[in-house]
Design a protein around this ligand. Structure first.
Ligand code: GDP
Ligand code: CA
Length: 320
C-alpha cells in the first residue's frame, strides 16, 4: 500500500509518526511519502531554514525535543547566543547548535547546486525514518502576511514567531509562486497513491501553501485515491499554536466542520472525500456529510504515539 500525506511541521510530524507505528503493526511493506510544506522556509544569516521539513525529520528520527515541542533533543544555544553579540540574525528566532548543523548542511548542498529535494534526501538518509520526505517544491516560495495597518508584507515566520500572530492581517501571499513547480516525485506520489491523507496541520499556512504550488491542487482533485483529512481544530479551538488567527484572516471559522467545508467535497469540485473530527464535535457529522464528505467522530488528541497510531488507523478506516 502507498500512502501519501500532505503536511506541515509539528502537527504533521505527530500524525505521521502515528501512521508509521500503525503500519508497522498492520502492513510493514507499506510505503509512506510525506509532501511537506516549504512556505515557512527562509534564508537567515546565509542559511536556508526549513522548519517544517526539520520538525518532521527530527520527530520521525526520535531526535525532537518532546518537552519544548519543537527543535532537537539535548539542544544548546551557544552559537546563536554568540551571534547576538555581532548583532546578526533574528534575536527572537532561536537556532540551536545541533539545529544549525542541519541548516549548515542543507545550505552546503543548496550552494553546491543541488535542489532542496535532493538535499532533503541526503539529510534524511542519516536516520532510518521509514518515511520519504519530499518538499512540496524545490523553488523558493515563501509565505508572507499582508498587514492590515498599511498593506505591507511580512515574512510569515516574523509574524508568527516574533509577533505571535497578534498583528492584524488581511491575508497571505506566496511570494515566488509564479513559475514554481512541484518537486520531483510530488505529483506522482499523489496520483499513484492508494490513499492520500491531509495531516491535522494548519489548513492555511501548512496545507494551503502546498496545494498552492501549481499542479498540486489539480492532482489531488484528480487522483483515483481517496483523500481523507484530519481536523486540527477540536471543540472550536486549535490544539496548539495560533491557526485560529490564520483561519480568521481568510474568513473561515475556527471549527472542525468549517475547515472541512473550506477544503470541500471532491465530488463537488473540492479536495477531500472524508474528514475526521473529534468526539466532542460529533454533532457536526451530519452537516459535514450533507456537504458530500464522509465524516466520523473519533479521539483526535495525539498525546501519545499509540493514540496517534489509532488516529491514523481511524483515518484509513474511513476510506471504506
Ligand atoms: P507547524 O507547521 O509546526 O505549525 O505544524 P502543522 O501545521 O503541521 O500543525 C499545526 C496544527 O496541528 C495546529 O493547528 C494544531 O491545532 C494541530 N495539532 C497539534 N496537535 C494536535 C493533536 O494532538 N491533534 C490534532 N487533531 N491536531 C493537533
Ligand atoms: Ca510550519
Amino acid at each position: 500500500m502507498k500512502i501519501t500525506v500532505i503536511c506541515g511541521g509539528v502537527g504533521g510530524a505527530k500524525f505521521i509518526r502515528g501512521l508509521r507505528e500503525h503500519l508497522r503493526q498492520t502492513d510493514p511493506g507499506a510505503e509512506i511519502t510525506a509532501i511537506v510544506n516549504t512556505g515557512d522556509d527562509m534564508w537567515l544569516t546565509s542559511l536556508r531554514i526549513a522548519p517544517d521539513l526539520d520538525s518532521v525529520m527530527y520527530t520521525l528520527a526520535g531526535q525532537n525535543d518532546e518537552v519544548r515541542g519543537w527543535g532537537r533533543l539535548d539542544e544548546s544555544e551557544r552559537v546563536s547566543t554568540d551571534m547576538r553579540e555581532y548583532g546578526v540574525g533574528w534575536p527572537w528566532f532561536t537556532l540551536g547548535d545541533l539545529d544549525l548543523s542541519t541548516h549548515i548542511t542543507r545550505s552546503h548542498y543548496l550552494r553546491s547546486g543541488l535542489p532542496l529535494s535532493e538535499a532533503t534526501a541526503r539529510i534524511t538518509a542519516r536516520w532510518p525514518l521509514g518515511v520519504r520526505l519530499i518538499p512540496a517544491t524545490d523553488d523558493e516560495v515563501e509565505t508572507h502576511v499582508v498587514l492590515a495597518e498599511d498593506g505591507s508584507e511580512m515574512h510569515f515566520q516574523e509574524w508568527w514567531t516574533r509577533h505571535r500572530a497578534a498583528l492584524p492581517i488581511t491575508g497571505f501571499v506566496q511570494r515566488g509562486l509564479d513559475g514554481s513547480t512541484p518537486a520531483p516525485g510530488v505529483l506522482e506520489a499523489i496520483a499513484e497513491a492508494d490513499v492520500v491523507l491531509f495531516a491535522p496541520s494548519n489548513p492555511v499556512v501548512s496545507i494551503g501553501p502546498v496545494l498552492g504550488i501549481p499542479g498540486i491542487r489539480d492532482t489531488v482533485e484528480g487522483t483515483s485515491a481517496p483523500v481523507i483529512g484530519v481536523s486540527p481544530i477540536i471543540a472550536g479551538a486549535v490544539v496548539r499554536g495560533m491557526a485560529d488567527a490564520c483561519l480568521t484572516a481568510i474568513g473561515v471559522a475556527t471549527a472542525a466542520d468549517a475547515v472541512a467545508l473550506h477544503y470541500g467535497a471532491r465530488s463537488r469540485g473540492g479536495l477531500i472525500d472524508g474528514w475526521l473530527i473529534d468526539e466532542t464535535d460529533a454533532a457536526s457529522v451530519p452537516a459535514i456529510e450533507a456537504a458530500g464528505i464522509r465524516a466520523r467522530a473519533v479521539p483526535l488528541w495525539m498525546k501519545t504515539v499509540p493514540l496517534s497510531a489509532q488516529l491514523a488507523a481511524d483515518a484509513l478506516a474511513l476510506v471504506g
